[in-house]
Write a protein of this length. Structure first.
Length: 113
């Protein structure tokens, strides 16, 4: 056992063995940095997605609240429309409800191209 330990120490003093160990350490550091960058990017993307989803959910709740206050029934086709609208359409519907105080016409929520 002692001989093996001595042989290992001699081998570890070799410049090529030291360089290999250094390369392994650098590779491990690079791997950890890449992982940290990936995690940071994932967190940023998750926050952005959450913020967008939160905005859409807030607009839906605001539309539902306005419909309740204005005694506009939110059932059937209207509920299906609300569920299918994107952020721009939700914003247009919200503004329409605020100003016209009626359920938005299709052309106010679906602008012509």
């Amino acid at each position: 056992m002692a001989e093996a330990k001595v042989a290992l120490e001699i081998l570890s003093r070799e410049p090529s063995a030291q360089r290999i160990a250094e390369i392994r350490r650098e590779a491990e550091i690079a791997r950890r940095l890449d992982r940290a960058e990936d995690l940071a990017q994932g967190r940023a993307e998750g926050k952005a997605e959450g913020k967008a989803e939160g905005k859409a959910e807030g607009l839906r709740l605001a539309i539902e609240g306005l419909c309740d206050v204005l005694d506009i029934e939110l059932v059937g086709a209207r509920l299906a429309q609300l569920d299918g609208w994107d952020d721009g359409q939700l914003e247009a519907a919200y503004q329409s409800l605020r100003t016209a105080r009626t359920w938005p016409a299709d052309n106010s929520v679906h602008p012509r191209k």
